[in-house]
Design a protein around this ligand. Structure first.
Ligand code: TLP
Length: 342
C-alpha cells in the first residue's frame, strides 16, 4: 500500500530535474571556496534574501547553531520563544556549543509579545548579570502549527533589539511558506533580522541543505565555525545543484501545500470530538483530548490505513502537507480519520 506521509515536509524527495542537475553539477573543493555550484547557490540565495552573503550548510540545525556561535559570546543570554526549534529541538546546542543561557518566552500562538521581550532584556553592565546578546524569532512557527509572525511584530522586535544593541536571528526554516501566506516578497521578512536560516530540504524538496545568510563579517565568522563543526563538505555542489532548483522552481508551489492544509482542516473541523486550529501555512495541529482516544492510539489507527502522522503530545497530532500529498490523499485521509474517531 502506498503510504500517505504527513509526518513532515522533510520527507520530500528530490525532483527528476534535481536529480539530473545533481548528476551534471560542476564541483570543486568548497573548503577552498572552489565549488562553482555552491558559489552559485550562495550568490543566488544572498540576492533572494537581500543579505550581503550566504553560506550553504548541511542542515537547519547547523545553520541556527552557527548563528548563535557567531552572534554571541559564552555566558550571554538569548531570548527566544519557549517552543522554538532552537530551544526545544536542537539537542541543547545553545548551551553546549555556545555556552548561552536561554530566556524562553511564552508566545501567543508562537508569537512573542513585545512587553515580554522588553522584560527579559538585560543590558545593564551589572557585574552579576548575564547580558542579552541575541533575540531569535521563528517564522513560520513549527510547534504553534505553522503560524506566521506578522511583519509588523517582526519589525517591532527588530527595532527593540536595535535600540538595545542586540542582534536578531530568524529561524526561517519554512519562511517561504510565510511569504506566500503574506503574499509578499521574502525580503520583507528578511529585512527585519540580522541573520536568517532557511531550509532547502523541507517543502522546497532538496535532499539536503539549508542556507545561513547575513552580512559579510557574519558569514566570514560563521564559515569558520561551520568548518569547526565538521560542515566543510568538499564537492557538495552535487547537493547545491538541487538547492538552486529549490530556489528557482519550487517556491511558488508551496502555495499548494498551504491550500491543501486548509482543505484538511476544513474537512476535519466538523468532527466534534477534536479541536482543529485554522492553519495559515502547511502545518496542522489536531487536539484529540475531547475524543476517547490518545494521540498515539489515533496515530496507530491511521498508520494501519497507510496514513502517517506525528505525535506532538499525548493529545496533539501533527499533519504537514508537502509535494507528495495530493488533494485526493487529503480527502481519503479525512474520510478515514472521520471513521476512526467516531
Ligand atoms: N523540523 C523538523 C523536526 O526537527 C522537528 C520537522 O519535521 O519539522 N527550525 C525549524 C522551525 C524546524 O522545524 C526544523 C526541523 C529545523 C529548524 C531544523 O532543520 P534540520 O532538520 O534541517 O536540522
Amino acid at each position: 500500500m502506498e503510504k500517505i506521509d504527513f509526518r513532515s515536509d522533510t520527507l520530500t524527495k528530490p525532483t527528476d530535474e534535481m536529480r539530473r542537475a545533481m548528476s551534471e553539477a560542476s564541483v570543486g573543493d568548497d573548503v577552498y571556496k572552489e565549488d562553482p555550484t555552491i558559489n552559485k547557490l550562495e550568490n543566488l540565495a544572498s540576492k533572494i534574501v537581500g543579505k550581503e552573503e550566504a553560506l550553504f550548510v548541511p542542515s537547519g540545525t547547523m545553520g541556527n547553531q552557527l548563528a548563535l556561535l557567531t552572534h554571541t559570546n559564552r555566558g550571554e543570554e538569548i531570548i527566544l520563544e519557549e517552543w522554538s526549534h532552537i530551544y526545544r529541538f536542537e539537542v541543547g546546542g545553545l548551551s553546549f556549543l555556545s555556552g548561552l543561557q536561554a530566556k524562553p518566552i511564552k508566545g501567543e500562538n508562537g508569537i512573542m509579545e513585545l512587553k515580554d521581550i522588553k522584560r527579559e532584556i538585560i543590558k545593564d553592565n551589572d557585574i552579576h548579570h548575564a547580558q542579552t546578546s541575541l533575540i531569535c524569532m521563528e517564522n513560520t512557527h513549527n510547534m504553534a502549527g505553522g503560524v506566521v509572525t506578522p511583519l509588523k511584530r517582526m519589525e517591532e522586535i527588530y527595532n527593540l533589539a536595535k535600540d538595545n544593541e542586540i542582534k536578531v536571528h530568524l529561524d526561517g526554516a519554512r519562511m517561504f511558506n510565510a511569504s506566500i501566506y503574506l503574499d509578499t516578497d521574502i525580503k520583507e521578512i528578511t529585512n527585519k533580522t540580522d541573520s536568517v536560516m532557511f531550509c532547502l530540504s523541507k517543502g522546497l524538496s532538496a535532499p539536503v541543505g539549508s542556507i545561513l545568510a547575513g552580512d559579510k563579517d557574519f558569514i566570514k565568522k560563521a564559515r569558520r565555525y561551520r568548518k569547526m563543526l565538521g560542515g566543510g563538505m568538499r564537492q557538495a555542489g552535487i547537493l547545491a545543484a538541487a538547492g538552486i532548483i529549490s530556489l528557482n522552481n519550487m517556491v511558488d508551489r508551496l502555495k499548494l501545500d498551504n491550500e491543501n492544509i486548509k482543505l484538511l482542516a476544513d474537512k476535519l473541523s466538523n468532527i466534534k470530538s477534536i479541536d482543529v486550529k485554522t492553519p495559515q501555512t502547511n502545518i496542522l495541529m489536531i487536539d484529540v483530548s475531547k475524543s476517547k482516544f490518545s494521540s498515539e492510539e489515533v496515530i496507530d489507527k491511521l498508520k494501519d490505513k497507510g496514513i502517517l502522522t506525528s505525535k506532538i503530545t499525548n493529545n496533539i497530532i501533527r499533519f504537514v502537507t508537502h509535494r507528495h500529498i495530493s488533494k485526493e490523499d487529503i480527502l481519503y485521509s479525512t474520510d478515514i480519520f472521520n471513521k476512526i474517531i467516531k
